[in-house]
Design a protein around this ligand. Sequence first.
Ligand code: ADP
Ligand code: ZN
Length: 527
Amino acid sequence: SAERPATSGKTPEQVLHEVFGYDAFRPLQGDVIHEVTSGGDALVLMPTGGGKSLCYQVPALVRTGTAIVISPLIALMQDQVAALRELGVKAAFLNSTMDFEQARQTEYALSTGELDLLYCAPERLIQPRTLELLHNASIALFAIDEAHCVSQWGHDFRSDYLQLAVLADEFPGIPRIALTATADERTRKEIAERLSLTEARHFISGFDRPNIQYQISPKTNANKQLLEFIKAKHEGECGIVYCLSRNKVDATAKMLAQKGYTALPYHAGLPAVDRARHQERFLREDGVIIVATIAFGMGIDKPDVRFVAHLDLPKSLEAYYQETGRAGRDGKPSTAWMVYGLQDVIKLRQMLEASQGNEHFKRIERQKLDAMLGLCEVTKCRRQVLLAYFGDKLETPCGNCDTCLAPPETWDATVAVQKALSCVYRTGQRFGVTHLIDVLRGSENNRVVELGHQQVSTYGIGTELNANEWKSLFRQLVANGYLRTDPDGYGALQLTEQCRPLLKGQQTIELRKDPVPQKSASRSPGG
Ligand code: ADP
Ligand code: ZN
C-alpha cells in the first residue's frame, strides 16, 4: 500500500462537533471510537438508540479511505445515507434496489476515493466482484451492523453474514467493528468466533451507574447550597465543581478556599503550568476539589471522585451524563449534584437562539436542551428518565435519586398558570419575569406605574403566591416549552402554541412544588 497518512488530520471530537453538531460523546462512544480510529477491532453492544452509528461514522471521517458499512436492512441503509449527505458527508450505498448504471457510478466513486462511507448489503459485499473492487480501493474500516445476524441461535440469522469472515483473511490490518443491540454472552462469543473478531476489544453497555446518586434542586443561593451539600455528604472528599464561565470558576474556587477547602480552579484561561499543577494535585492529593469549566475532565481517570457538582446547567443530557460520569468510577457511593434556576434556563435558551449554527443544528440543540430541562423538572425517577434517553430501560424506579428518595409534591397549577400566561399576553409579551411578577402581585413600583400596568386586567390578581413561587412557576413554564424568551435577547417572555389549550381552559397542569428554602437562606434573590 502507498505512503499515505492514516488520518484526515481531524480529531474525533472535531468531527463530532463540526460534522454532526453534537457537543459530547455518549457513554462508550468515545472509547470505541478511539479504539477503531487507532486501528483496533471492536465488538460493540449498545441498546437501540444508544448511538451505535457514530461509533463507525466518526472513525470513517477521521481515518483516510472509505469506510464500508455492512447492513442487512435496505430501508435503514437508505435513511442513513440520506441523513449523512444532508450533513455534507460523502456517503453512498450498494444494494439490490439500484440499476446497473447507478451501481456502476457508485463503484467508480469508490475506486477513485471519493466516498467517506459506502453502505453495502451483505450478499452484495461477498460477491467476488465487490471484493475485487475493495482490494483496489483505499479502505478506512469495515463496520458490521446488526452483527447478531451471524448467530444461528437468534431469529435474525442470515447465512450471508457467515461469509463476512472472509474480511479478516482478505483485509488483515484494516480495523473491523461489529455492532449489535441484542446479544447475550453466548451470542457475543459466536459473533467473535464467526467473524474472526477474537482479538477485538468488547464494549458493552448498559449505561446505568447505580452507585451515582442523582440530585437536582432549584437554585436559591448557589454558594450556600453547595457548601451545605459538601458539608452534609462529602466533607473532606474529592470532587469536581463545574461552572459555565471562567469568572465563575475563579470566584467559586476562592469562595470554597475561604471556607477552608482545598479548591483549585481549572479553565482554558489559566497559564498551562497552573493547569498542569492543579490537575496533578487533584490526581495525587486527598480531598482536593477542582472547580472547572467543561474543559476539565477529558482523559482524567481518577477512580475516587466522590461528587460532581454543577452550578450551571449542561447543554444536553450527553454532556450531563459524561460530566457526572466522572464520579465514582471505583463503584463506591457518589453524588451527582446540581442546582439550576430560571435564569439558567433563560440564558441557555437565549445562547442557543443567538448562536451561529444553521437551522438544522439549532433544531438538534433545542431538542437536546429540552431533554436536559425535562430531567430537571421530572417528578418521577431521574435515573429512569436519563437511561431512557439513551435507550436503556430501567424497569423500576431506582431508589437512589432525589425524586425516589423524597418524591416531590405536585400541585394543580392550572389557575395560576392561566393568570401568568394572560399577564404575559396583556402586557404585550415584552417583559421579563421580574416585572411580570410585580404586575401579578400588584406592586406599586415606578416601572409598573410608569408603564400603566396597574390598569391591565391581570394587575394584582396573583397575591396568593409569593415571588419565589411565581418564579418557580415561570421556570417550569419556560422549561416545559409553554413560554419562550424573545429572540432579541432581553429576556422578555412570549407565549408559544402549546399555551392555547391552557388559556382556553381545555387542559389542566400539574407543577412541582419547589422545596421552601430555610429562612436564613432566603436573603439572596437566587436565579
Ligand atoms: P443506535 O444505532 O444505537 O440505535 P443511533 O446511532 O441511531 O442509535 O443513535 C440514536 C440517536 O442518538 C440518534 O438520533 C443520534 O443522532 C443520537 N446520538 C448519538 N450519539 C450522540 C451524541 N454523541 N450526542 C448527541 N446525540 C447523539
Ligand atoms: Zn430514582
